[in-house]
Design a protein around this ligand. Structure first.
Ligand SMILES: [Fe+2]
Length: 366
């Protein structure tokens, strides 16, 4: 895929903060030869137009997904819409819950997967519809597909139901096939990882104007990375290895209080484990000068329909951090899948210990 011929200009606005206008030089896909080095270095890999044919082929399903998000934004019942869409699919409704402890959550819809004989073969698969932000200025929505008890981390402990959860996502959002049947994308991931993979813990996103995700990472035990594909509209991304983000934070920290906490790259690396810190959060997410610094350093990417971005994850400090800004005047559509080994190896003690330094990640933020 060759570079596009003209420069792109984007305006980044999120949750009431105007970060300004940014001009991007014409950018093509990450060159094939550079991809393995970048993956190993936790750098994002951009694949321009890798899903364009699938986007055209599944245009009807993409429209229906956008319509679903529009309807639930207007207050329609996700459960009712899902029931209609699943009428002929082998999934049986198994209840709806609403987490009163999380004001972002709208509806969590459970189903059981059925065999051809009508027997339940995988229980408690769920689709959780939530607002992305607590901020009312951000009308971005997401639907996460997983299974079992979230609080008990069932999705990490058991993998049998993962493929049923993936199938449930495909039944409700048939445009999953844009990714599932995309041999180029799957081959790229399998070549980079040197193993067969599955794409699970699926999230369907509809980012709304003025919205998006603040800086976070998606490092999880067993998850090797994330593959995000834009199916409609566009998003802008800051994406870079945590260690380089820490260098930017150290250089961009202006106040004495933040310099004490994050004034060196080493301190900033640890400070990034607590992005709930208001001073650090403000620098990362609401400081136009910091966004300019990142853009000037080449950390800004724009994704359009048919483009994918791959975000490598090798551990708590060796992972691609990212922040997303919705572009355009209408809510967009994207699918973000966790990359997992097709066959699991035992979780090593080291990796399990590493996971207690993941407080900064927001499993639901990506
Ligand atoms: Fe993410």
């Amino acid at each position: 895929m060759g570079p596009t011929s003209r420069a792109t200009k984007v305006r980044l606005r999120r949750r009431g903060v105007d970060h300004g206008d940014f001009a991007l030089a014409p950018a093509g896909s990450t060159p094939f030869e550079a991809q393995p080095i970048r993956w190993d270095a936790d750098e994002p890999i951009v694949l321009r137009g890798i899903a364009s044919a699938g986007v055209r082929q599944h245009a009807r399903a993409i429209e229906r997904a956008l319509a679903l998000f529009e309807a639930v934004r207007g207050g329609a019942s996700f459960e009712a819409i899902a029931a209609r869409r699943l009428a002929r699919a082998p999934f049986r409704p198994a209840g709806v819950t609403i987490d009163l402890g999380d004001t972002r959550e709208i509806e969590k819809l459970f189903v059981d997967a059925l065999s051809s004989a009508g027997r339940a073969v995988a229980r408690d698969l769920y689709a959780k519809l939530s607002w992305i932000a607590y901020d009312e200025r951000d009308a971005s929505l997401r639907i996460r597909f997983s299974f079992g008890a979230e609080a008990l981390l069932d999705w990490q402990k058991e993998t049998r139901r993962a493929r049923w959860s993936d199938a449930f996502a495909r039944a409700l959002f048939p445009e999953c096939r844009v990714i599932d049947e995309n041999r180029d994308l799957l081959d790229t991931l399998e070549r980079l990882l040197g193993r067969r993979i599955r794409l699970s813990e699926r999230i369907i996103y509809s980012n709304a104007p003025g919205g998006g995700a603040t800086f976070h990472h998606d490092d999880e035990p067993r998850q090797l990375g994330v593959a995000y594909t834009q199916l409609e509209g566009a998003t802008a991304w800051f994406a870079l290895p945590k260690r380089r983000l820490a260098e930017h934070v150290a250089a961009g920290a202006r106040t004495a209080a933040l310099r004490r906490r994050a004034g060196t790259a080493r301190k900033a690396l640890r400070a990034l484990d607590e992005t709930s810190d208001p001073l650090l959060g403000k620098l990362l997410n609401s400081t136009p000068a910091f966004s300019r610094r990142l853009a000037q350093a080449g950390e800004l990417y724009v994704l359009r329909a048919g483009d994918s971005i791959l975000l490598p994850s090798h551990g708590p400090d060796d992972v691609c951090w990212h922040a997303v800004f919705a572009l355009g005047r209408r809510p967009s559509l994207a699918h973000s899948y966790g990359v997992f080994p097709l066959r699991e190896r035992p979780l090593s003690a080291t990796r399990a210990r590493g996971s207690d330094r993941t407080s900064a990640r927001s499993r639901d933020a990506r």
